[in-house]
Design a protein around this ligand. Structure first.
Ligand code: C5P
Length: 232
């Protein structure tokens, strides 16, 4: 898989999502389906978008006991998505169980990546609520290393962490990075942002972009600008 822009389709209905994707005509952006859309529409929206020829990152962030996650991943493996994910905080036994569940009988499987610390967690809330007292940066790198040793393919992280993750886990370990904004755009609730071209320089493999594309006056133009800055 090469570098690409993944469009976060944070819509609450199939109707809005498909109307949005129709705007792209012949183009088939890589699509992220998150909890909102999946819980609203179920697996049928994944099948519909796949049938239209898009690659899909199914962002459901699983976190439960290993046996439950394994069985849930077995179900998800039938959906033919390209990437899916879980929380590294579920520990390596959960991650290994997830990989087993995700692997189909013919040995193929979607890529599996781990959320390290959510970008909404900061040092203060991590210490206060999770009783983790290490610097957040070291925690993220530790989770990335644990995910790698469990056999996962990469992590979701801030673009600011991508370079360090590659340093620690190798260039082949995928970094999928949200928190991307155009230099002249609104940042909204994202605190630590980079532009697509900065994310490219720093070595992100995939950028996940939502509102700068979905809320743009012309989403196709905004998408093409992202691709120009990040991929071309
Ligand atoms: O609209 P925006 O570009 O901020 O969307 C970013 C997407 O990436 C959203 O779907 C959000 O849930 C997701 N995400 C994130 N930060 C993380 C993990 C996922 O923004 N740490």
């Amino acid at each position: 898989m090469g570098k690409d822009v993944i469009v976060a389709c944070d819509f609450s209905s199939a109707e809005d999502t498909l109307a949005f994707l129709d705007k792209f005509k012949g183009r088939k952006p890589f699509v992220k389906i998150g909890m909102e859309l999946y819980y609203a529409e179920g697996p049928s929206i994944v099948r519909e978008i796949k049938a239209r020829g898009h690659r899909i990152f199914l962002d459901l962030k699983l976190h439960d006991i290993p046996n439950t996650v394994k069985k849930a991943m077995r179900v998800l493996s039938k959906l033919d998505v390209d990437i899916t994910n879980l929380h590294a905080a579920g520990t390596s036994s959960m991650m290994k169980a997830a990989l087993e569940g995700l692997t189909r009988e013919d040995g193929t499987r979607p890529l599996l990546i781990a959320v390290t610390q959510l970008t909404s967690t900061d040092q203060e809330s991590m210490e206060r609520d999770l009783l983790i007292n290490e610097p957040i940066d070291s925690v993220v790198m530790h989770y990335a290393k644990t995910a790698k040793s469990a056999g996962l393919d990469g992590v979701v992280c801030s673009p600011l962490e991508a370079e360090k993750v590659h340093g620690v886990c190798g260039q082949g370990f995928l970094t999928v990075t949200p928190g991307v904004r155009f230099a002249d755009g609104e940042t909204g609730d994202q605190k630590r942002v980079l532009t697509p071209s900065e994310a490219k320089k720093i070595g992100s493999d995939y950028i996940v972009v939502g509102r700068p594309i979905t809320a743009a006056e012309d989403p196709v133009l905004a998408y093409e600008r992202c691709v120009r800055e990040f991929v071309d």
